[in-house]
Design a binder for this molecule. Sequence first.
Ligand code: SF4
Length: 360
Amino acid sequence: MRGLYVHVPFCDHICAYCDFTRCGYAKGLADKWLDAIEAELKQRQITDCETVYIGGGTPSCLSLSQLEGLLKLLRPYLKNSTEATIEVNADSFSDDKLAVCKEYGINRISMGAQSFQSDLLKVIERKADYDMISDAIERIYRQGIHDISLDLMYGLPNQTMAQWKEDLNKAAGLAITHLSLYALTIEEHSRFGRANIQPCDPDLEADFYEEAIEFLKQQGFAHYEISNFAKDAHYAKHNLIYWHYEDFYGIGCGASGKINHMRYDNTRNLHTYITKGACPDKHMLTKQEEMFEAVMMGLRLREGINKQTFYNRFHEELHMRYEQAIIKHVRLGNLIEDEKRLYTSYQGMLILHDILVDFL
Ligand code: SF4
């Protein structure tokens, strides 16, 4: 199974915590970018994608005609996909953009909310509040797209547990099938980084995370990946391709892909992308790198790593290859191993990064 990721690098405004590949939207620039996307799509031979994911940036900040132009270019892949997602912000996802998404086969919407607290929205510099988001979700649902995911953040500056509980409660009351929860990280090149904002206390961050796991379980959301929760098995199929360490194409400025043991990273410079094309940095992955990356991604999932799948792919037994690390972390209660799988305990999910160091 393969996926296709398309990166839209434009945003209406820049959030205070963000250091993704993105820039302020400008119509002329976005027109040129669209031409470059068309050229890259022609150049890459994309044949077999089961999922399409249009991410960013903020794809919904494109004008209606640019959005339609992009969807037209992607039509051959959208037609054959089982899941086609677009990331949107409620403040730029108008009814006509929603209608065009539906027309071209988008069947899943991922919406950035981050917080429903007006004081925190000001701090992180985001516009869409709870009313805008709930209204957008209702419109999307009425339009017939019922697979809706929401992003929330915790560990925001001065965020309280009461605020976090209220956000989770409000999110669970919306017509969504999926939630992604992210801890704030202070990125050096974000406005927060430059302002020397301090990260959340790790104990409080763990409390936020544990509260979410408990609450969402009661609300019928399965915690199927370290940061992701789904109702009624509405898992993110495209992201499962990453977590199962399968191949995917990445299109656009700042996008990455992995095809047949080769990883490539397109230029992050929009001017270069427009004038010279994707200029990908290519790297042939060694077997060692692939095994480690498969473990790194697989341990994010509740289902963990299927030992037989690992053996079929690498012709090495997972347990033998990482014997010391597995024994150590099973003993510490961070990993659980049974006949078929190796997976992370709840306790282990809080320190997955530290566990992985022992697999290097
Ligand atoms: S967080 Fe998302 S919407 Fe905000 S600036 Fe970054 S890419 Fe744009």
